[in-house]
Design a protein around this ligand. Structure first.
Ligand code: ATP
Length: 327
């Protein structure tokens, strides 16, 4: 059973269609939901929590229908909202224990779980200080702790790296990954930054204007856009010309030649068999007097081949774009 499934999910506000026929499936693990501001990410999360009704279409979380089963699903789901919503004059411990009790835990268990989750997010030492004196990074960690305290099966994290400096971002991303690795809790995490989610996610879903642009595993995203890095002993320019003459797409980065696997030996778009054929062609051409020094696979980052700020996929993945996946 998928963790999240939606079918033709649509949400219309009076002036804007926030989600437009969105159909997707999300499995176990860490899934990134990526899109520019206004793409519909928060709207999707609110519908998945049963807090907002879709205009049409349907959605299930852990098999619970979001319209009919809101209370049951919320007991199994944790939610970290995007905006600052924390009371300034209580401590992290007071707040997280309180929320744990509201979700049904007895007082002793609530205290224990609160201490565990605050330790997990790195706030154990500071847990008795009022939240009003916390930095942005510490406040984000309190929001994360309250999302985890009732031991949910899945958590929705809305822009957890918002407002953090690069070090704070890295630490938060590490924490998000560990939610699944250490506790087995699946994660749906939103960001407008594809590059940062790519580092920690198993699956990435890209939305734009409420429409699904693409949903696939991180490995599949980059498989179609791999390159071979080739170094030769002599005459790099000659080797580049010979590889091009053999039908390969070649670029040069210093003394390294980058051969597109996605281009295939015949210039067509990639499939898995092309990778082996390109590899063989490179070996044959280079063996012919250039002296092979290095031949290794490289993958592009997703952000290099897919720019969510444009309205579609670009570069070597364009054959696998929105319409196929959205169907
Ligand atoms: N309650 C609302 N009433 C009217 N329009 C809304 C409402 N909530 C969201 N919208 C609009 O729906 C669109 C999608 O908003 P949403 O907040 O889901 O985007 P987002 O991807 O989460 O972006 P952000 O990161 O900026 O929050 C936007 O155009 C937004 O202005």
């Amino acid at each position: 059973m998928p963790v999240i499934a939606t079918q033709q999910l649509t949400k219309r506000y009076p002036r804007v269609t926030a989600l437009d026929g969105l159909s997707l499936e999300v499995g176990d693990g860490v899934t990134g939901l990526v899109g520019a501001n206004g793409a519909g990410k928060s709207t999707l999360i609110k519908i998945l929590l049963g807090l907002s009704d879709p205009t049409s279409g349907s959605a299930q979380v852990l098999g619970h229908d979001v319209r009919d089963d809101g209370a049951a699903l919320r007991s199994r789901v944790g939610y970290m909202p995007e905006h600052d919503c924390l009371p300034a004059d209580v401590s992290a411990t007071e707040l997280v224990v309180h929320l744990a009790r509201m979700s049904g835990l007895p007082t002793d268990a609530a205290r224990e779980r609160a201490a565990d989750t605050l330790r997990h997010v790195g706030l154990y030492e500071e847990r008795y200080r009022p939240i009003g004196g916390y930095s942005t990074g510490m406040k984000q960690r309190v929001k994360l702790a309250q999302a985890l305290v009732h031991d949910p099966d899945v958590v929705f994290l809305d822009e957890p790296t918002n407002g953090l400096d690069p070090t704070g971002r890295d630490e938060m991303l590490g924490l998000v990954r560990r939610i699944y690795d250490d506790f087995g809790i699946s994660v749906l995490v939103t960001s407008h930054l594809l590059g940062e989610l790519e580092r920690i996610c198993d699956q990435v879903v890209i939305v734009d204007g409420g429409v699904l642009l693409r949903s696939s595993t991180v490995a599949d995203f980059t498989r179609a856009s791999a390159q071979l890095a080739v170094e030769v002993a002599h005459d790099t320019a000659g080797a580049a010309a010979a590889l091009t003459a053999a039908g390969l797409r070649v670029s040069r980065e210093g003394e390294t030649l980058l051969v597109e696997i996605g281009a295939g030996v015949d210039g067509d778009d990639t499939d898995d068999t092309d990778a082996g054929a390109v590899h063989d062609t490179v070996r044959d051409v280079v063996a012919d007097g250039y002296g092979l020094v290095r031949l290794e696979s490289r993958r592009h980052h997703i952000a290099e081949v897919f720019d969510p700020t444009t309205t579609g996929p670009s570069g070597p993945t364009s054959d696998q774009g929105a319409t196929d996946d959205a169907a």
